[in-house]
Design a protein around this ligand. Structure first.
Ligand code: ZN
Ligand code: CU
Length: 488
């Protein structure tokens, strides 16, 4: 007697860290779940796929994104699904599209998410309704951004919030947690959050604890004061008794180069006392809004966009300053508001963070940028192809683990991140011999190669290589992922 399923993927190569050697398996999908792993001879399916020579991995989880509104603007999410990403975590770096609604234009860096007209979700519940209507191709879970809360209630963003303002932020955060948010994010390096006191951040972090929430932070500094900034993050998470994720861990700025071992041992030591993770992207350049504090002659800064001087976009700040005949800092002021790519890291530090066993992969891609950092389209295939295969920075099994099981566990994404019977069928099939990123600093929109098939909640959602420009519109089956309850 054979049993009918929807799809069988045969002879796939599957890795399961900490084992470096792969197994060959068949995987059967029925509806939105994996119903068999291993021998699938008793099953019959309409869709059969021979995956000989290909790697089948759980769908990649992009733990650090700013896709909050991109899932509405481009529900196909080609930039992510073409990398094998099936779940994105939005609301990072202190900025989230929900809960957020303001009559005025979004302040820096909330303007990275979208325009005032697009920021229309006063409650997370409103956002979730819009998500269901838009039916994006990827799953999404949401962190609540500290700066988004501040922008709605704090009168002077350069100052710490007062008691009344803290109470209002707590209420907004608590409601969003009730409605399914994963936790709280902060971006303390940005000038609209920098003024906040440790007490303010602690008071908010405390709110998420009873919900089983997580705290992620773009540290107060990633430059020479990074160890102190890490201590501040440790203290907040410890005060609130919540797990911590340090966002896009890096050693920024020349005076800080070569310190990755020191930063990692600082983190490793503290891991004995509390639950700490981190994420990173596989590039030696960062990107954000143009920050005057980061303007120095020794960092190459590429201007990606400028609202006041769009004609100066896509040039180096040096060139712009030379054209205007003004110092770098004056040129940077004149370009505001603007976006930038900063070539501020040492390649060897990047490799150290990437290969660290407990780091996750997060693209930090900026989908609104007209000339984005290539991490938006290239992060995951670049880790697999360039770093794992070519540079041998880390074993393939570990690379996959950092994109799947590790983030699913850290962010408590139930029944995802592992190829297991009963788990949701979020899967990616890729060719380990060809997989690689194509997006570059000069051509940032090129989709990766070697990603052959992507399934989201059992629906085939992307077929690569045959025609690089097309998304398979078989299904846009992404779901909003609510935080699982504390006891799970
Ligand atoms: Zn950030
Ligand atoms: Cu970010």
């Amino acid at each position: 007697m054979s049993m009918y399923v929807d799809c069988i993927i045969k002879n796939a190569t599957m890795y399961q860290w900490p084992t470096e050697q792969p197994q060959i398996v068949d995987v059967a999908i029925k509806n939105d779940v994996i119903v068999a792993v291993g021998d699938c001879r008793q099953f019959e399916a309409q869709q059969n796929y021979d995956a000989t020579g290909l790697v089948l991995a759980p769908g990649f989880i992009d733990v650090h994104t700013h896709d909050d509104l991109e899932v509405f603007r481009s529900p196909h999410m080609l930039s992510k699904i073409s990398q094998g990403v099936t779940t994105v975590i939005a609301g990072n770096c202190g900025i989230s599209a929900a809960p957020y609604h303001q009559a005025s234009s979004p302040v820096d860096p909330i303007n990275l998410l979208g325009t005032k007209e697009q920021l229309i979700y006063p409650e997370l519940a409103d956002y979730k309704r819009a998500f269901a209507l838009s039916a994006p191709s990827v799953n999404l879970a949401m962190l609540v951004g500290h700066t988004s809360l501040r922008a709605q209630v704090v009168a002077d963003l350069s100052q710490p919030a007062n008691a009344d303002e803290i109470a209002q932020m707590k209420a907004l955060l608590s409601k969003a947690m009730e409605q399914g948010a994963l936790g709280l994010s902060s971006g303390l390096a940005y000038h609209n959050a920098k003024g906040s006191s440790i007490d303010e951040v602690n008071a908010l972090a405390e709110i998420i604890e009873p919900f089983g929430g997580i705290y992620t932070t773009h540290l107060r500094t990633e430059f020479h004061g990074i160890l102190d900034a890490m201590d501040e993050a440790f203290a907040t998470a410890q005060y609130a008794a919540v797990p911590l994720v340090i966002s896009h861990i890096k050693c920024a700025g020349k005076e800080n180069w070569g310190r990755a071992p020191e930063v990692l041992s600082h983190l490793e030591k503290q891991r004995e006392h509390q639950n700490i993770g981190c994420d990173c992207y596989p590039y030696a350049a960062s990107s954000s809004t143009l920050d005057l504090n980061q303007v120095t002659p020794e960092t190459d800064i590429f201007i990606t966009w400028s609202e006041s001087h769009p004609e100066m976009a896509q040039q180096n700040l040096q060139e712009v300053a030379a054209k205007w005949g003004v110092p770098l800092i004056d040129a940077a002021k004149k370009l505001q508001p603007a976006g930038a790519v900063y070539h501020c890291m040492l390649e060897d530090d990047v490799k150290q963070f990437l290969s660290y066993e407990h780091s996750m992969i997060g693209s930090d891609g900026l989908p609104c940028d007209p000339h984005p950092h290539p991490r938006l389209w290239g992060t995951f295939p670049r880790v697999l192809g360039h770093y794992s295969k070519t540079e041998q920075t880390l074993p393939l099994a570990l690379a996959i683990h950092k994109m799947t099981a590790l983030p699913a566990k850290q962010f408590k994404l139930e029944k995802r991140g592992q190829i297991k019977v009963g788990n949701f069928a979020d899967l990616v099939l890729f060719d380990p011999t060809t997989v690689c990123d194509q997006a570059t600093y000069s051509q940032p929109h090129l989709p990766a190669i070697g990603i052959e098939r992507v399934w989201v909640n059992g629906k085939l959602s992307y077929v690569g290589d045959a025609d690089l420009t097309s998304v398979v519109d078989y299904g846009r089956a992404g779901r909003f992922l609510n935080r699982t309850s504390k006891n799970n």
